[in-house]
Design a protein around this ligand. Sequence first.
Ligand code: 5RP
Length: 220
Amino acid sequence: MNTDEQKRAAGQAAAMRLPGDAIIGVGTGSTVNHFIDALADLRDTIPAAVSSSEASAQRLRRAGIAVEDLNSVNEVAVYVDGADEINRLLQMIKGGGGALTREKVVAAVSKQFICIADESKLVHTLGTFPLPVEVIPMARSHVARQLVRLGGRPVLRESFVTDNGNQILDVHGLVIQEPLALEDRINGIAGVVSNGLFAHRGADLLLLATAEGVQEFRRP
Ligand code: 5RP
């Protein structure tokens, strides 16, 4: 299986695991797009979805699935999303697509987080993938200086505005030995909206597509 076939296999595996008649959370990215495509056949069993991005919301509607505002939903049973990197503790770097803040919010209200990924995403130590940090535009330079003090090399994501009207700094060169502490530390910088470390709210289940098939890993 090539990478795209692995992404499709992971997305289809997640679709098979949804509880019936429950509101689901849907993330963002090419792996999630395969998940949404697999939902089209299940549309009668899904009352509604909440989405982490405008792009996924549009794709969900095209698949015949109603999209609700998170504020009008009491409970999200399961959140399905991809990752840019994931370790064996099921802590992740996310935000390659720039949707990290909304992803974090939907993940926070969901009872279960299922991460779907191809095998290239599983790493021993997080940090090879540049860590996305969403910043309020007027705070960009201040935040960048603080990130340099933490040992990173922040690079502004050019010509990109998040769904929340903010900018993204992609932080290169971090070897993230303590994801929980770094997530808190970056969130504590004035002007940071959120960062792409999902350590405090990691995944509960990883569906990792490999050449041998889809493997399951649970949070230890
Ligand atoms: C978007 C994300 C995605 O989940 C992450 O970038 C993985 O994307 P893909 O499935 O395209 O590899 O966090 O903000």
